[in-house]
Structures are given as C-alpha cells and as structure tokens.
Design a protein around this ligand. Structure first.
Ligand SMILES: N[C@@H](CCC(=O)N[C@@H](CS)C(=O)NCC(=O)O)C(=O)O
Length: 241
C-alpha cells in the first residue's frame, strides 16, 4: 500500500493521475498547504523540502525511512516520484535507453520549465497584491514560449515521447491550468488537441478529483477568491498580506 500526501495543485495531480493510470492501491493523506501542514516535523521526515506531493511506499522497507519500524520508503519531488512508480510497475516509461531518455527529457522539461514558469506566473499575476508588470510579463512570456515548444513537438507526435507516458501526465497537469496563469492556449492547435485527448482519460478525471472533488473546490475557490489568494500569499511570504 502507498500513502499519497497531496493537495489540489498541479504537482499534486501529477502524483494522483499517475497512481490512477497505474491502477495502484493508495491511501490519500490530504495536506492543507494553506495552514502549513507541509512544514510540520512529521511531514518533513517524509519530504525534507516541505512541499507536496510525496509518497510512502509501505511495500518497501527503509531503515532510514519516516517510520521508526523501518516500514516504508519515502519519495519526494514529483518527477522522481513518477519515475519511481513507473519503474515499480513497468508502466508509462520504456525500458530501452533511447525511449527512456526521451520520456525523461520531456519530464524534465516540465520540472525545470513549465512548472516553475507557470508557478511564478501564478504568483505575480494571481497572488501578489502588487502588480509588478515586468515580472508578470517575464513569466507569462516564458510560459508562452514553452507552450510553443510543446506545440511544435505535438505537431508531428501524438504524445510527447512515443506512447503516452509520465512525461505527458506531468506536462498535462500543468498546461491544463493555463488560464490560472493568465496564458491563452488558443493559438496552439496541437497543444489543444493533446490537452483535450488526455482530459477524457478516466484516470486523468479521477486523478484530478484527489484529494477533493475538483468542481466543488473550483466553485468554493471562485466564491472565495480573495480568501484563497490571501492564503496563497501567506504561504509564499510566510505572513498575512
Ligand atoms: N519541485 C517540487 C515542487 C513541489 C511544490 O512546489 N509543491 C507546492 C504545491 S504545487 C507546495 O507544496 N507548496 C507549498 C509551499 O510552498 O509551502 C515537486 O515537483 O514536487
């Protein structure tokens, strides 16, 4: 059995969609990042970086793991977590050197590009009360540039790296939230086709409903946008603002 520590965010969904696609048995442990559950000492034993997602795989012993009895191996960093699950199951990551490298290249593209740029676009466009236009432009423009890279790749390829893989899951979980970052997807025909084709996968739908029903959460968030932004700012700067 695997414990998944997560919240309703793109990085969290990367883990839950992956687990759903693989049909693995897992228990959801919801982490409230607005009240800093992720900074508590017991969670830092699982993820020293104090962020979601993380998993504990109870099928694997680890004397240095988070549990005193050595029962459970902890994995943090969403990209590493996806590779771990792919290797555990033999799914969504080819084993030949070339195929594996291609998937890891596009996974790292998300980890080092799409995620950080969209994340910072969210911070400056959405959460900060001060509108610092050069910062908003920088992160939105970089997101647009990265969307162009994905679009060109998807013009000649159904998926990013051969068959549907963890690279598609990782990028999709972020790209689908483009509106929250204030970036349009309309100009990117191939990217839109790919986003829509993954959105109808049953595992993508169920993974997005972890740890909460997404529609209900979006409704609550829309009704209470100011409170949501206030909590996000508090998490970012460590105080009310
Ligand atoms: N590189 C990390 C990033 C994880 C991350 O930034 N998680 C966010 C949610 S999407 C988080 O836990 N934020 C809480 C915080 O910043 O304290 C990963 O890919 O796992």
């Amino acid at each position: 059995m695997i414990d998944l520590y997560t919240a309703a965010t793109p990085n969290g969904w990367k883990a839950s969609v992956t687990l759903e696609e693989m049909g693995l048995d897992y228990k959801v442990k919801a982490i409230d990042i607005s009240t800093s559950d992720q900074k508590k000492p017991e969670f830092l034993k699982i993820n020293p970086n104090g962020r979601i997602p993380a998993i504990v795989d109870h099928d694997v012993k680890d004397a240095n793991g988070p549990n005193k009895n050595g029962n459970g191996f902890a994995v943090f960093e969403s990209g590493a977590l996806m590779i771990y699950l792919a290797e555990k199951t033999g799914m969504f990551l080819p084993s030949d050197v070339r195929g594996r490298s291609l998937v890891i290249q596009w996974l790292m593209f998300q980890m080092g590009g799409i995620g950080p740029m969209m994340g910072q676009a969210n911070v400056f466009y959405r959460y900060f009360p001060e509108k610092i236009q050069p910062a908003i432009d920088r992160y939105q423009n970089e997101t647009v540039r990265l969307f162009g890279v994905l679009d060109r790749r998807l013009a000649d390829n159904e998926y990013l790296a051969g068959d549907y893989s963890i690279a598609d899951i990782a990028n999709w979980c972020w790209v689908r939230t483009h509106a929250w970052s204030g970036v349009e997807i309309e100009p990117f025909e191939h990217l839109r086709r790919w986003v829509d084709s993954i959105a109808i996968r049953p595992a993508a739908i169920s993974g997005l409903n972890v740890p909460y029903n997404l529609e209900e959460r979006m409704r609550a968030q829309a009704e209470n946008e100011e409170e949501f932004k206030k909590n996000a700012r508090k998490m970012l700067v460590g105080k009310d603002g």
